[in-house]
Design a binder for this molecule. Structure first.
Ligand code: GLU
Length: 388
């Protein structure tokens, strides 16, 4: 069969593939420690589930507006105003089938063939693939590990060309966990404004901050950058709602209307009754988010101490998200070989850094329980010991 050329340039999601493999091995009775997909192990908080159950019982089972239930669009706009200082109303928001889908809608609505999209590396593995799927050109900018894997204003300036359309900013970052400081965000905002490009800020990990790190949404820096900003976010990571598939995109009305048209011809609305769970998530107490964040903070410390005590492996302390991104170069292996051998011989599932544009690294998610973290890190140490 001759498939469309666009599919030929795109690689399948390694995170999803390795997570599925680890789950299948578990089902076979194999004792796997999975640090693969970034999926909180907590159940969705009970009040969120209850709100969706009530909506289901109340008959919220029909098609809804493609852009989302009006009540949820308004709740999201309120959240963005109150928490992020972004002056949006409901018409600036579209509810999507997860954060990934919000970014895909954005690419469909904004990127033309040949448009360049600047992506700082290490990057979340779906960014370049989405750009390619819509005919755009990903422009990967390597960042300095010593400088926290963050793109600098100078690096951004150097990557600009007349074809540059969009910068993808992701803080806290998947896969590194690093967080841009407010000053760093302001400095990047100045380049966005002076160059007249667009910036999409992927803020899916904004609630997962540690050691006093602060999240500043780039759109809140000034009115000028607000006009060039699009926000992508969702419910999966903060509220442990990965399987619900609810995300959102916020930005200028024209863009949101275009994304709604795309959505109207592709997925239609997000599951109607699930959206009522999302309203409850935003409008009820945020204590559940803080409880999970604290658990992640403890797990981060245990995993980080364990990994940094392994000779030959080193990892900086990240301020956000729930990932560690250690360097494994001293083992003499590239990341794919390392990850395959680790899963095969020790039944520990991690993601090869090559998928994120950093082949000397592996990514571990600590969004899993403490006994798994302790056992998995012990096995990792045993594995690395053979090579270093
Ligand atoms: N975003 C998560 C991760 O990077 C979930 C998997 C995926 O969507 O690729 O692990």
């Amino acid at each position: 069969m001759k498939l469309a050329a666009r599919v030929g340039q795109v690689t399948p999601s390694i995170t999803l593939a390795i997570a599925a493999k680890a789950k299948a091995m578990k089902l076979e009775g194999i004792d796997v420690c999975s640090f693969s997909a970034g999926e909180p192990d907590f159940d969705t908080p009970a009040h969120i589930k209850a709100a969706a159950e009530k909506a289901l019982a109340d008959g919220k089972t029909k098609y809804g507006p493609a852009a989302g239930e009006p009540g949820l669009r308004q709740a999201i706009a309120n959240k963005l105003q109150k928490e992020n200082g972004l002056c949006y109303s409901a018409e600036n928001v579209i509810v999507t089938n997860g954060g990934k889908h919000s970014l895909f809608n954005l690419m469909m609505a904004l990127i033309d063939a040949g448009d360049e999209v600047i992506i700082p590396a290490p990057y979340w593995l779906s960014y370049p693939e989405m750009v390619k799927l819509v005919g755009g050109t990903p422009v990967i900018v390597a960042t300095d590990t010593q400088a926290g894997c963050k793109i600098t204003p100078d690096q951004l300036r150097q990557a600009l060309t007349p074809r540059t359309k969009l910068l993808i900013l992701n803080s806290p970052s998947n896969p590194t966990g690093m967080v841009y400081t407010p000053d760093e965000v302001r400095a990047l905002a100045a380049v966005v404004v002076e160059s007249g490009i667009w910036v999409v800020s992927d803020e899916i990990y904004e609630k997962l901050l540690y050691d006093g790190a602060q999240h500043l949404s780039i759109g809140a820096v000034s009115a000028a950058v607000f006009d060039r900003t699009i926000i992508s976010n969702g419910f999966a990571k903060a509220y442990s709602m990965t399987g619900w598939r609810i995300g959102y995109l916020a930005g200028p009305v024209d863009l949101i209307k275009a994304a709604s048209t795309v959505q109207g011809h592709s997925t239609s609305n997000v599951c109607t009754f699930a959206q009522y769970g999302a309203i409850a998530a935003l409008e009820s107490s945020q204590d559940c988010v803080e409880e999970m964040r604290r658990a992640f903070a403890d797990r981060r410390q245990v995993m980080l101490d364990g990994i940094n005590s392994i000779p030959g492996v080193s990892c900086p302390k990240p301020d956000g998200a729930f990932y560690l991104f250690p360097n494994i170069a001293k083992t003499g292996m590239k990341s794919l070989e390392f990850c395959d051998a680790l899963l095969e011989s020790q039944q520990v599932a991690v993601i090869p850094g090559v998928a994120f544009g950093a082949d000397d690294h592996i990514r571990l998610s600590y969004a899993t329980d403490m006994p798994t973290i302790e056992k998995g890190v012990e096995r990792l140490a045993k594995f690395v010991h053979q090579f270093v």
